[in-house]
Each structure stands twice: as C-alpha cells, then as structure tokens.
Write a protein of this length. Structure first.
Lengths: 993, 211, 92
C-alpha cells in the first residue's frame, strides 16, 4: 500500500501544493507539508509500524500526539540517527528517512516474535524468577542473549554534528498549551499588559480545534484561532513559542521548556541549533495542556488498526488521511461519537457503534439510522488480527448475546484524562472526580493554575471561560489592572454522562501499557504476589515506566488494580509525577557546554607565548597550564622535564605561577583576621616580609597553604593553591561575615590582576639585574630571604618582587599587572639568553618541590593534620584559630599517625609509583600490615633515581627502614627505603644565599 | 643590556577580530565592542565607615556612590555598585599611573582599595538583539520594565563572576549592556558570546574606554 | 530554585552555594573540645522550616541566612549575615 492510497480527496490542514518524499523501512512514499510522519504513513495505508518491546507483537499507530506508545521509529541515519522517536509528533520533511525498530530481520517477519510462544515465562517480573540456573550460564549465555533482545532503537554511533542551546526567559504569566483554553488565557493576560509567554508543543496553535472544528464567537473555530493568534502576535508583551513543550516545573516559578528549533528540517540552518532548552521564570503560570484520551483494555486491543477515537478523527479531519475505510467505534461516552460524525462527513463507512451505556441520545440514534449502522449496547471483548490489521471484532452484548463486527479500523474511547503532570511535579497528588471518572489537579505548585480540559472541564464553552478567567486572574493577581477584554464563547451540546469501562475480560492478552507490554493479567499477578500498592505495581510490572511515562496506561492500570483488590480508585492512588514531561535529548540538556566548551577555560598571561614555544598543556581545574616545554630531539616528557630541572638547578629558569589564588586582605584588623584563619601568626609579620601559612578546616584537617606577604600596615597579600582559590575565598568571606564580624577587614580577589612568575636557579640574580632597575639592591643583605618589595623595572613599569622559593633554589617571584605578563616573559627570555634561561612547566615544578620535601595537593588530601605534614611546630598556642580545638583531639595527635616521609626504591633503576602501599618486610600485604602509602613521585635528576613522598605510621622513627612497596593495581612489588623527605640541599643553603 | 619592551596585551587581543561575524542580517543584530585602557578600582567601605565613605566619595567624585545596584556617572568616572557597601570606580586609564594613587588620599580611612584594572576585560553588547543574545548566557531579567538604563548587577556567566550594567541606548534606540568579565576567562567567554550572537549577525569592534 | 538576595534581588540557584544549618554558634576556645565536636559534626535533621547559610558567590558575595522549609522548599525569609558589607558588629 502506498502512493497515498488512504489520502482523502479534499479537506485537512495539509498543504497539498507541497508534496514531500520520505522513506519508511527503505520504501519510498509521499506526503504533504503539514503532515506528521504518522499521518503520512496513515495516508499511505501503512498499518504496521513496529514490534512491541517484550513480545514483539505487531503494532500500529495508537494516537496522534505526544502520548503515543507504539509508533516509535528510528528517524534519520548516520550521525543524526535518533531512536524511539514518536512518528505522531515528527514533522514530515522532504527526504525524511524513518525505520521501524525492535524487529529482525524485518518488520513483517520478525523472528523474535517467537517470544510470544514463551509468553507465560515472560510475564511481569520474570527477570526476578528466571535465568538463575545453572548460575554459571548467566554470564556466558543468558545475559548476552537478554542484552541482544533488550532495548528498542539504536543510538547513533558518531558525534552529533548539530549544536544545541540553552536560554533564559522571564515573564509574568506562562501559558502552557495553545488550544482554545491556552489562547483564551494568553489573550486575557496579554491584554492587561502583563508579559506573557505562550507555548504549544505543536507546529500550529489551536489544540483540539485543529481536529474537531466547532464554532466560537459565531465563527468557525479555525477562524477564531487565527484571529486570536494575530492579536497575540501584535502585542509586544506577548511571546509566542510553537514547537515548544513545557517539560518541568521547579521551585521558585522556574519552568523548563524544550523548543524543537530544527527537528522539522533535514539539517539545521547556519547558526541555528537543533533544539533549545529554555528556563522560563514565571510569576504565574496557567496549565492549559488539555487532556489525553484513554483507551479501553480488552483482549486484542493492540492489533494494528485499533486507535483512540480522537486520533482517528484527527487523522481524518486535520490530515485528510484515513486509517480505515470501514470503521467501528467502541465508546463509553459521547465524545467518541464525534469520530463517527467525522468519518461520515469524509464519506467513510461506519460498521457499528459499540456503546457501553444503555442510554443513547436521540441525535445519536438518528445518526445511526441515517447512515445505516447498528448501535450495540455492550463491550468489545476481543479483536482478532495481526500484522495485516484487524480480522474481526467480537462484542459481548449487555443481554448476554454476542455479535461480530466487520471493520478495518476500530476507534476506542474510554474517556479523557486531564494532562495534569505539570501541576503535580512538586509531589502533588491529583484528586479523583467520579463524575468524569478521572483525576484532576489538586494543590498545584505556588502560582500555578490549571484551566480547561487539564482541569477537568471538557466542553468548549467551559474551556474558553476557564482559560479567560485563569489568564485574567493571574494578571490581576500581579497588579495588572488594564482590562482583560471579553471572554469568547461557544455552545456545547448536552451530554449523556460517561460510564467507566476500564477492563473487558476475555480470552487473550489485554494491554494496559503498550510500550512496556504490560497486560491486565500482569496487574492481577502483581496483586496476587502482594505488590498491591501503586508504587509497587509500577515497579513490579514496569507499568508507566517507559518513555511515554504511562500517559495512556497509568489510570487504567490503577483502576484495574483497584478493582482486583476491592479498593476505590482514589484509595489506590497515583504514583509520583516527575519531569521531564517528554524525553529530552542530552544535547538540549548540555546546550553549548560540551567538548571544548564543556566548561569555561582560564588562560594565564603567558599562555599564548607558551603556545608559540610548543608547550604541552595540562588542565588544572579550569586552567590550562604549561606542563613542559619539549625541545626538538627530546624523545619523551621525562627527557624534557629532566632537562628543565637540571637547567634550573644549575642556571636559571622561570615558571608561570599566575594560577595560584591571590587575595588582597585590607583593613585595620587584617592581621588579626589572618591570625584566626592560619595556624601561625601573621599580625606580627613585618611590613615587607612574606611567611608560609597553613589553614585548617574546623575539624582540624589541613585545608590549604600559601605564602602571605605584608605589603603595608593594613594590607596583606594572601596566596592559595590553584585548586582552592575559589573555596578559600568563600571560606574567608564566611569568617569575615559570619564568624568574626567584629573584625574590620575587606577581601578582594586579585588572582587575575597579577601575572606572577617564579624565577629560580643560581643565576637568578644575574638575570634580575638585567630586568630590574639598577638602583634596586638585590643582594642577600639588600633583599633578604622572605622579603617582599615593590621595585622598578627597566623601562618604567613597576613590579612586586618576592624572595620565596618552592624549588629550593635561589629564587624570586616577580609579579606585574597582568597586561604586562606577556611582555615580561619575552623580556625574561631576551635578558636571560646569556645565562641560558629556559621556561619550565608544572612537571618540573613538581619534581623540584618533591626533591625539597615540600608538601602539596597529594599530601594536603583532607585526611592529614599539620603534625602529619611535619608542620606541627607552626601551630600557635597563643590564639584561637579555625581548626585549633579539633586538631588537638587525641586521635589527631596520636603517635602512630601516618606522617610525611621520603621514599626511594633500594634499586636505583626501579620506578616508584604513587599509590603503592608500604608493608613491613616479611609481612603479607593486608589491611593490618598496611602502614602507609606513597603520595607523590618524580624522577629526581639530582639523585638520579625515582623518589617520592608518602605517609607512614610513625614515619619519623623509621628513617632508614627498608619496606615493601606493594602495588596490586599495577601488579608491582619492590623494596624501598624510608628517608628524610628533604632529599636535596637539606640545610636549605641554596635558597638562603 | 638587552632591550626591554613593555607592550601591554589586552585580554581579548588574540581573539577579537573586528568586522562582521555570523549571519548576514544587515546590521539588525548586535555589536560587540572590546573596550580596553581603563582603570578599575574596587572600593570597599571599612566597618562602620559606610557613611564616611559616602561623604568622601561624594566630595571626590561629585556624585553619591550608588547604594543599590546601579551604575552612576561621576565626571570622568563611572561608579558601579558591586555589593553591600562597595563599588567599582571605572575611568579611562592614565598611562602608567597607579589608579589607586588618586583615590587613596580622598578615601583614606573610610575604604579599602584594590586595583582591578588588569583583572577584568570590558565587553559592550548593544543592538536590537542584545537581550536575545544575553538570554543565552545570562539568567537575569533584562527587560526594560525591570532593568532600566543605569541598572547594574553582580551576577555570573558560565559559572564565572561578571559585573553587568545597562548603558545608554544606542543612537538607534537599541539597548546597550556592559560586562566586566575576569581576564583569565575573557577568551573563553568571548568565544561563547560569538556563538550566542552568530544567528543575529555581530559587528565586532574595539575601542579605548572613555574615548 | 531562586533565592531573593537582599542586595541583588531574586537570582537563580547556580549563583549560590549552600553551607548548612545557620543555628550552630562557633564555641569559644574556653568551651573545649566537646562543644566544638557538636559544632562541627552534630546537626538537627529538620523536616520543616529551618535557617540555612547560603553564600552568594556568583553575585555580591554576601553570606545570607535563608529561612527555608525543607518539605515544601518554600523560602519565607532571607537576611544578610550580621557581618555582610561594612556593618559595625560587636563581638558575640
């Protein structure tokens, strides 16, 4: 069947002047602009669109909206292939490729449909009871088989070529849903001058009006909708968003909405994202999301050709595509009859109406008489058929007799469920209304109101009035006093009440959750096994857990559970509603934060110069730092880094240390403040001096370290490690504002203000004399160790010079305003050329500090105390400071604690690895013999072997001991000697000269 | 002695390419301008000295410093609220002179000062689509009804701290927003901003602040 | 979630970081280790309204005391910490 065999000759909202070619399972077909993939498939007479998840039953299109559970296809191919896309919401475009899922080798001949024969095994919860014996077969046989059979569509296997965006929007009133209710609400609110955002998940606004017609304000409803839209578009305070689904409601009036910007195009236009995720901050919101028709549960209700009644008339009226030539209707309410009227108006045959109610209206009788079809009072209790569609429809009549109906399409209407998910995302539980046999919103999130069908008001007149009232009151609530205008009106025909029919018992599988293949008997099984609470029912049977989140099954499922357990529906209750309302792509959630731009990147002042030198970079948090600077001919990083260390220790080199956190601490109480946060004293530090400081957490563990200088009486310059710059600033502000607000101190981050470089090596003074103004005294007496001064540089700019050393060599740190950082580096290279100056990176920096036994991040790991690090003597006993009391706890001062030691393999050729554990000689490695571990390692050019630092119980008493380094992760075991952590120049003479 | 050269490098100098970027929209999109050569000082009142600072600032700048999130023009300077009892003073850079020098005397004792002139890059986003662009990376409500000219905000963009204020509309009546972003983040944020505005068409330019 | 910073106005939650219960008071040195242990480790698990410390790090950098209901998430009050800005505060 193809070439639009089921396209009606006239009518519909499609654009017949724009045909579109597409393929389904490789077969070329044609549709029109305005079609969805589903409506185009219907027009081409396609009935079979997929195979069900578990039983591989042939399935057809059940609905025409985003509640669709069956018609899930793979859309597109290659890098843009997306699985589980609903054909009912995918807009047709020229060249669209779609494929059915979950079948092999083909949709019509699916070998895995043998699952159906084994269906007694595959009932709900089968995986808790099967594939257990023999246990050895699980990993080798059962799991791989189940894995291959599981899942639906296939994800793409190449990077997504499209871009995605996130954006913010703010409004006074958010209207979710653009049918008659939503349009009325948006008009009312928009006319008052309030800022309104109106969203609809569809391409066109109008909701059910697009399918059901009707009259509003004495004009055809389509005309009314067009007028309403034109008025809204002309209001500057109204933003209209089509193809946008409101997907979530969060605290504080924050809503998420997914805009399908380019999903309807083969390729997104230039500079345009594929999808956009909005966060909309709304002071009030109106949920006008309509209602979802519910199917009735009966055996064979999943045969292709069985469709919800509203969907059938949507295809007939809106898309001019008919799913069948001869239809039957099974209904328990008046609304289903609209499908009969639509079918007759389109010239289709109606075989019969099966109505579960005894009371039929005169108008309905007249329709049946005029068209010559029977009205059967009873229920459909079986549909026979398969991949070729419906074979026959069996009816159990009210009196006990039976009847058979011949039709190739069965429209089913079990009533309507308000689409209230958005109103229940704050753990709201809806309330049951017997008169419509449906749940309606109860206690929505603050500022939100439901209106129209979403609130249980199903008539057009009621929707218009409801929508207007909701929009007007939301605006007036916020103080917008301009008139909301007059509400629009319609006339609704009187209705005979619905009579609930949840489940028609009979022979064969009766499906509740189509997507997860959950049947009525699964629910009965769940009850028998004791899983009777609705939350247990959900998880035991997986009812409502598929990508459609039970939109067509939740209420029917719990109604069946209620009946089986003798409870009322409200007593049985609902499960918790959770966002997002529709599946949301990872791309949309990430927006632009992916790949290179996953997070913002920070560059140092010397970054581009380092790039020119061919530096290799490493990510340190958000920063890019030069790790080493390879030279031509060097075979690996080890050779480059070793060369850098040797050159610094014998000549001179410089390293960009701008990434360390830098904080200006100002004020009369700046010194007193630092005394509270550091373990040692800073209030006594002389102006022009720097001091190493250690900060603890309040629980006594070491938090961070740095060098803090006193630049003036009331001005300190504090540094932190790179990683802790932000957290330390937050901690200091906490101390300033909450803990010690009586101290007069002000804090400013200056990390980016200064370009800071460490310059180290025996030739450093020679180099500095080339850079610094000749008037400055850089001698040991003129600029003593740990001194700090502002100096003039040759050429007019001023710099700060700090005589501090991390490398253990004679060293200074120089800082200039960041805009001169690049110039400084080039000047250092130029001026340092006679001395063989080189830049060195973070690796060489790390080697040198390990050689000097300086602790850093791997030792400040959150479990070490000042004492453990060998810095216990720094702890002042004369003042309170953060962490002092807790650091004094017995366990933190116990003599057997793991403390910092030096470690080196006894075999000089052996590589030491961090993470190796230290075991006494002769002992078996196990937790009780695990005395410590290696924290930092490097290849030391000065000692010509691998060395490291580590933490060892009673380490200071064990210098000289030989132990086992046990490394089960790498499968290594070797001897190491415990030694003084200061491997190189232990007297410190080199940096103090 | 080697020749030393002290050329200043602006934060965006490697990435700001003047000219058109993105879609062709006939200038109906946005203009991004990188503004350099400014002096920026963080002024924070000392405890109990908020009113003393207010008096001293009024005397020095001629205008009261803002007590609410606003940017206030004060002669050649712009005073931008940056938090409780603190503001930023933005002015054209005066060569190599320390921006703190002129303020240290007048504000002595009432405030602590910190030079931020090199710590920030200044980017101006203006044009008919300025708000659409900002909506992609700024969570603030910038609608004219709640964010009039002169309003300022301390906020974040891409999880980095940003100071933002609304300047005078363009000659064509379009909104103008100024953003001070941290120097080390400037290139990364600039790339992000180019992506955000490409669909609207961007005219990129550079200028010295205050000229 | 949004928090109305008293200085900046309502802002989205990404601008803030959460510390915890605002009610514990840091003990003085003289109060000893037991008081400090409680201060560091013991917290009430409040179901309902509690006072929380939040830092507006992505904004004006003020520390805030937020009264928030842990069940409904409703924020009923936000005030700045005693020592925010240049407030002159006596010792506790």
């Amino acid at each position: 069947m193809s070439s639009q065999s089921h396209r009606l000759a006239s009518g519909g909202l499609i654009d017949r002047s724009t045909p579109m070619n597409f393929t389904f399972d490789g077969k070329p077909m044609t549709g029109y602009a305005g079609d969805t993939l589903a409506s185009a498939l219907v027009a081409n007479g396609v009935r079979l669109v997929g195979r069900s998840f578990k039983y591989h039953r042939p399935r057809g299109i059940l609905t025409a909206g985003s509640e669709e559970p069956n018609a899930l296809v793979e859309l597109r191919s290659g890098a843009r292939r997306e699985p589980n896309t609903k054909a009912t919401t995918a807009e047709l475009y020229d060249g669209l490729e779609a494929a059915s899922q979950n079948r092999w080798p083909s949709l019509r001949h699916d070998f895995l449909s043998v699952n159906q024969l084994a269906s007694p095994i595959f009932v709900a919860g089968f995986y808790y009871k099967t594939f257990m014996w023999p246990a050895a077969l699980w990993e080798k046989l059962y799991e791989p088989l189940i894995r291959r059979a599981a899942g639906l569509g296939r994800a793409a296997e190449a990077p997504d070529p499209d871009s995605y965006e996130k954006a913010w929007a703010h409004c006074d009133v958010l209207v979710a849903g653009g049918g008659p209710t939503g349009l009325a609400a948006a008009l009312a609110a928009g006319r008052t001058g309030a800022r309104v955002i109106l969203c609809d998940e569809g391409t066109q606004f109008g909701g059910r009006l697009l399918s059901d017609g009707g009259e509003i304000d004495s004009m055809p409803s389509g005309e009314w909708a067009a007028k309403a839209l034109a008025e809204l578009e002309a209001l500057p305070n109204v933003r209209i968003m089509a193809r946008t689904t409101v997907t979530g409601v969060y605290d504080g009036g924050v809503h998420s909405a997914l805009e399908r910007v380019s999903d309807h195009l083969p390729v997104p236009p230039a500079h345009t994202p594929r999808q956009r995720l909005w966060r909309i901050v709304a002071r009030r919101s109106v949920v006008a999301a309509g209602a979802i028709e519910r199917p009735i549960v009966f055996p064979g209700n999943d045969v292709p050709g069985v469709m919800t009644a509203s969907a059938m008339r949507t295809y007939i009226s809106r898309y001019a595509a008919t799913p069948a030539r001869r239809i039957a209707l099974f209904t328990n309410n008046d609304d289903g009859w609209k499908t009969v009227e639509a079918a007759l108006a389109a010239g289709l045959a109606v075989a019969a109406v099966v109505d579960s109610r005894a009371e039929i209206s005169a108008a309905q009788r007249e329709t049946a008489r005029g068209a010559g079809f029977a009205i059967l009072n009873g229920a459909v209790d079986r549909v026979d058929g398969g991949k070729d569609g419906i074979g026959s429809i069996s009816v159990a009549l009210a009196g006990g007799a039976r009847a058979t109906v011949e039709a190739d399409g069965l429209a089913v209407s079990g009533g309507w469920n308000p689409a209230l998910a958005l109103t229940s995302y704050h753990r709201g539980r809806p309330k049951w209304r017997n008169d419509i046999a449906a749940f309606v919103p109860d206690s929505p999130p603050p500022g939100m109101h439901a209106a129209g069908a979403a609130n249980g008001s199903f008539g057009l007149a009621a929707c218009l009035a409801d929508g207007h009232a909701a929009g007007a009151s939301a605006a007036s609530d916020l103080g917008f006093s301009k008139s909301a205008g007059k509400a629009s009106s319609a006339a609704d025909a009187p209705e005979t009440p619905l009579s609930p029919v949840w489940h028609v018992a009979g022979k064969g599988k009766a499906f509740v959750d189509y997507q997860n293949d959950v049947t009525a008997s699964d629910i009965e099984l769940s009850a028998r096994e004791g899983f009777q609470s609705v939350e247990h029912l959900k998880r035991y049977t997986t009812l409502g857990m598929a990508t459609d989140q039970g939109k067509t099954s939740n209420v029917s499922g719990l109604a069946i559970m209620a009946a089986v357990t003798g409870r009322s529906i409200p007593e049985t209750g609902t499960t918790i509603y959770r966002p997002p309302y529709v599946p949301t792509s990872m791309g949309a959630l990430a927006g632009t934060n992916r790949g290179e731009h996953f997070h913002a990147t920070r560059l140092t002042p010397s970054h581009h110069w380092a790039e020119e030198q061919g530096a290799v970079f490493v990510d340190t948090g958000l920063w890019k730092r030069a790790q080493w600077y390879p030279r031509a001919g060097e075979k690996d990083w080890l050779e480059s880094v070793t060369r850098e260390v040797r050159t610094v220790r014998s000549g001179v080199g410089f390293c960009d240390v701008s990434t360390l956190g830098k904080i200006d601490v100002h004020g009369p109480d700046a010194g007193a403040f630092l005394d509270r946060v550091y373990i040692n004293t800073f209030s006594t530090l002389a102006v022009g001096k720097a001091r190493y400081g250690l900060m603890l957490r309040e629980d006594g563990m070491v938090y961070d370290d740095g060098t803090t200088s006193r630049l003036a009486e009331d001005h300190y310059f504090l540094t932190t490690t790179t990683a802790k710059a932000g957290p330390v600033m937050q901690h200091l502000e906490f101390c300033r504002q909450v803990l010690f607000p009586e101290l007069d101190v002000q804090l400013t981050s200056v990390s980016d203000q200064w370009a800071q470089f460490s310059i180290a090596g025996p030739k450093v003074r020679d180099l500095l004399r080339e850079i610094v103004d000749p008037e400055e005294d850089l001698s040991n007496e003129g600029f003593p160790f740990m001194g700090v001064r502002e100096v003039a540089l040759r050429g007019g700019i001023r710099a700060r010079l700090f005589r501090i050393s991390f490398s253990g060599e004679m060293a200074f740190e120089i800082s200039v305003p960041a805009r001169f950082g690049d110039a400084l580096v080039r000047n250092l290279m130029r001026a340092g050329e006679p001395f063989g100056i080189i830049p060195y990176g973070t690796e060489a920096l790390g080697v040198m500090r390990v050689e000097k036994g300086h602790v850093a991040g791997p030792e400040l790991n959150g479990t070490t105390t000042a004492g453990d690090l060998g810095l216990g003597k720094m702890m002042s006993s004369k003042k309170d400071y953060i962490g002092r009391t807790m650091a004094g706890r017995d366990a933190l001062t116990a003599p057997d604690r793991q403390v910092v030691v030096g470690i080196r393999p006894t075999d000089k050729a052996r590589r030491l690895r961090s993470g190796a554990h230290l075991i006494p000689m002769g002992e078996m490695p196990e937790p009780s013999t695990d005395h410590g571990y290696v924290t930092s390692v490097c290849f030391s050019p000065m000692l010509d072997q691998w060395i490291g630092l580590g933490l060892l119980a009673r380490g200071r008493d064990r210098i000289g001991e030989v132990m086992r380094a046990h490394d089960p992760l790498r499968g290594e075991d070797y001897d190491v000697e415990i030694c003084n952590p200061v491997f190189y120049d232990p007297e410190g003479g080199r940096q103090r000269g | 002695m080697a020749e030393l050269s002290w050329v200043a490098t602006a934060p965006l100098s490697h990435v700001l390419k003047p000219g058109h970027h993105g879609a062709e929209t006939g200038g109906s999109g946005v203009a991004y301008t990188g503004l350099s050569d400014f002096a920026l000082v963080q002024v924070m009142a000392r405890r109990g000295k908020a009113s003393a600072l207010a008096k001293a600032a009024k005397a020095h700048f001629g205008v009261a410093a803002p007590l609410k999130p606003k940017a206030v023009a004060a002669g050649g300077s712009l005073l931008i609220w940056s938090g409780p009892d603190q503001f930023l003073a933005l002015s054209p850079r005066d060569g190599l002179a320390s921006p703190l020098a002129s303020l240290a005397g007048p504000l002595a004792g009432a405030a602590s000062l910190s030079d931020q002139s090199d710590a920030r890059a200044l980017i101006r986003i203006a044009g008919p689509r300025a708000r659409d662009v900002l909506a992609k990376f700024c969570s603030l409500d910038l609608d004219a009804s709640v964010f009039p000219v002169g309003t300022a905000a301390a906020t974040s963009v891409d999880h980095t701290a940003v100071t933002l204020w609304r300047g005078e509309d363009t000659a064509g009546g379009a909104a103008t927003f100024n953003l001070l972003v941290f120097t080390s983040f400037a290139e990364s944020l600039w790339h992000m901003m180019l992506d955000a505005g490409a669909a609207y068409g961007i005219e990129v330019g550079e200028a010295s602040y205050g000229v | 979630m949004r928090i109305a910073c008293p200085y900046c106005g309502p802002r989205e939650n990404g601008e803030f970081s959460y510390l915890g219960d605002a009610t514990p008071v840091r003990p003085s040195l003289e109060q000893g280790v037991d008081a400090m242990l409680d201060y560091v480790f013991l917290r009430d698990n409040v179901a309902g309204e509690m006072q929380e410390l939040w830092y507006h790090g992505g904004g004006c950098r003020a520390w805030l005391k937020v009264t928030r209901n842990t069940l409904t998430h409703e924020i009923s009050a936000v005030e700045a910490a005693r020592g925010a800005g240049a407030a002159k505060v006596g010792k506790r």
